[in-house]
Ligand binder design. Sequence first.
Ligand code: HEM
Length: 502
Amino acid sequence: MADASEGCSCSVGVILASVAALLITLWIFIRPKRSKTLPPGPPTKPLIGNMDIFLKGDGFQRLESIKKVTEEYGKDGMCTLYVGHRPNVMVSDYELIKKLTNDEKFTGRPRGMQDIHFRRKGLLFTEGELWKEQRRFALTTLRDFGMGKTWLQDLIIEEAQELINDLEAVRERPVNPNNYLTPSVANVICAISYGERFSHKDENFRRLTTLIGQNVTLAAKMQAMQVYPWLRWIPFTRLRQNYLALQKNLKDVGVFLRRLITEHKNNLEGEPRDYIHAFLLEADRQKTKPTTTFTDEQLEKAVFNLFGAGTETTSTTLTWAIIFLLENPEVYKKVQAEVDKVVPDGGFPNLEEKESMPYLQAVIQEVQRLANLVPFPIRTTTEEAQLGNYHLPAGTMVSPNLYAVHKDPKYFPNPEKFDPQRFLDEKGQIKKVDGFFPFSIGKRFCLGESLAKMELYIFFASLLKHFNFELAPGETISSRKSIFGIVNAPVPYKIIFKRRNN
Ligand code: HEM
């Protein structure tokens, strides 16, 4: 007769065998299967696919490991990485990127957590006819309201002056530069969309910039939910807390924006003065059209996107610029000398003077090349599409890998070196360099490119003219370390802004 311990070990054995069988079944059936029609890639893992590659190490470590894996396992500059069960075709061949970004079939955006709030409205997370019509409208309106015009230049200079005043108030004290740059950059978007800038001390404005900052941090912490949206329902977890905080945050920004829109509705006379005004006039013109895309919800989400896409990107580029200058004292000295030669003492740079500062422009471009603020935007195919020799079904994610091209020695010899000279010709004038496209290219390139270039130029030159940057005691900086959330940002640091005597 078998004793009790024998019975017990037998049932443990059965349990272990069942667990092993379950794991093998999961491995076989849940492990994302590679599609034969897509470019090759590394082996996938059960449930997560290749997500481990996207989540390994800090920002630059991840970007570098994606680049290495795609070089090792990909073919013809294409490699498929599985995000959970969803394939994402990473493209690192610049010629292929140019081709695909100009093809209408590659202008979709993936579905995800952002749809809970944005509901496929606005500018960033839209596609098809709505995206086309609204993008066209946004581009024309932004152009009409000053991208490249003196009104906008004067406004950015006014912001730069307020920034210098804010920094003057904390001179000699260690501060995180981003806390001062973000309100200045956000205010430029305020003026374009709402027609007015706010005082940096305005309670509502401070709340808006805090909410936008928190938004970015919270969204960055929720990347796993993009793949497994059900994670948000698990109670008492950090993920759920972040999810609820983000939803509240998004709602609060929505309330702020709706108030601005309502104020405009009560004052629509005269020529359009800003984005919201122009939009409401167009909505009125189209009010009898049943399929109009000019709705209140569309307006709120579009303005939200202008803030979201236009604030953190520009201010973070400037925080990178300070790091690169502190790490490269000769470049710092040379660029400051150029600014001093062109911009009169006590003054601020204007657009006419930009051509006289080619080295400054080259420094900004080299910062953008190495910082890689948006290293790989994600698109989807809107219908079946051909990419090289591969066949992509509708809805496949495709990512032009800007980071990989910006580090490709074919376009940028000695790519790790911070060398603004590579953007200058033999006469010291700025030259176009193939493979440099921090704002992306093609049909869906950055809508705010001209505005961002104006802001980077005016803010950066103004900071150089009025201050010296000094690392705060005990602080460290590194241009090789980053945090990759919504944008690729430097590890936060503190510096001292020392007022210059001019
Ligand atoms: C240094 C600053 C900036 C950088 C590096 C940057 C970069 C980018 C990139 C790489 C994309 C993705 C394009 C694609 O999918 O291929 C993008 C999209 C976008 N950007 Fe920017 N951007 C910057 C500033 C701005 C500013 C100031 C605005 C606001 C006016 C803005 C508004 C947008 C919008 C609305 C989109 C979505 C376009 C679409 O999906 O059709 N960006 N940006």
